[in-house]
Design a protein around this ligand. Structure first.
Ligand code: BTN
Length: 270
């Protein structure tokens, strides 16, 4: 696969999309604070389901747990989808499940790189972090979310020296493929794969089972630090609402909603 990276622009993206919802409209920025923050602003202005906010660089990229997300300009995919599925807060984790699964599928189908998901929603290749998903949810009206913004950061054409320092050792598609990958082609594939999961989700389908199968964490020995204790054991399952189920050495099961997890020496976060 020899691919020349093409510049990103709203016109280039929208003219190639065959999706019904995702990417319509698209807002492209050469530089922005955070695409998630901009998507939230657009949500309050009434922007529609499927709106895409994408940037070549972010000055205040947000990661999970209040961390920052760094990427050199012009080499990563940094974007946010504004989604408005009619889901209750209990069902909200489905949105992140569907999007992280869509990203993993798109990476694998376009590049051949076997991308998996590390609980809860890191994109990994052989245990190395390729990207992450940060979902921010709105308040609820009549039991239904007003919107969700799903921010996705993917290390595409980053050279080894440019990879950010993260708890989980990082990688990029350039490193994994040994050649650059077109961000435009990857973005189009991502939006297509995510929409293929998002439309059924809007019709009531849960991506839980498919997401579970894409998790590399199941079956691994993990160490989970919660506010009260440290649980050591084997990750045996994930619940419908996205919690991790860990079986300790005595055979007791612990349902981990949030916490820091160490997997073979690397931390998982939620
Ligand atoms: C993580 O911590 O693993 C999640 C990182 C999510 C980063 C992306 S980059 C595009 C979007 N805008 C942000 O400010 N954050 C997300």
């Amino acid at each position: 696969m020899t691919i020349v990276d093409e510049p990103l622009s709203a016109e280039a993206i929208e003219s190639r999309l065959t999706t019904r919802l995702l990417g319509h409209p698209t807002y492209f920025y050469a530089q922005i604070g955070s695409t998630n923050t901009e998507a939230i602003r657009l949500a309050y202005e009434g922007a529609p389901d499927g709106t895409l906010v994408i940037a070549d660089s972010q000055s205040a990229g947000k990661g999970r747990l209040g961390r920052r997300w760094f990427a050199p300009p012009g080499s990563a995919l940094l974007f946010t989808l504004l989604l408005r599925p009619r889901l209750s807060p209990v069902q909200a984790q489905r949105i992140t499940m569907a999007c992280s699964l869509g990203v993993a599928r798109a990476v694998e189908s376009l590049t051949g790189v076997p991308a998996r998901i590390k609980w809860p929603n890191d994109l990994v290749v052989s245990g190395k972090k390729l990207g992450g998903v940060l979902t921010e949810l709105s308040t609820v009206t009549d039991g239904v979310l007003d919107y969700a913004v799903v921010g996705i950061g993917l290390n595409v054409n980053l050279h080894p020296a440019e990879l950010p320092e993260t708890m989980t050792p990082p990688t990029s598609l350039l490193v994994e493929c040994g050649q650059p990958v077109s961000r435009l082609a990857l973005l189009i594939r991502l939006l297509t794969e995510c929409e293929a999961l998002y439309l059924p989700l809007c019709a009531g389908w849960s991506p839980h089972e498919a997401w579970r199968e894409a998790l590399e964490t199941i079956g691994q020995q993990v160490q989970v630090g919660t506010a009260e204790e440290v649980i050591r054991g084997r990750a045996v399952d994930v619940t419908e609402t996205g919690a991790l189920v860990v079986e300790d050495e005595a055979g007791a099961r612990h349902v981990i909603l949030a916490g820091d997890v160490t997997l073979r020496g690397h931390r998982l976060e939620r």
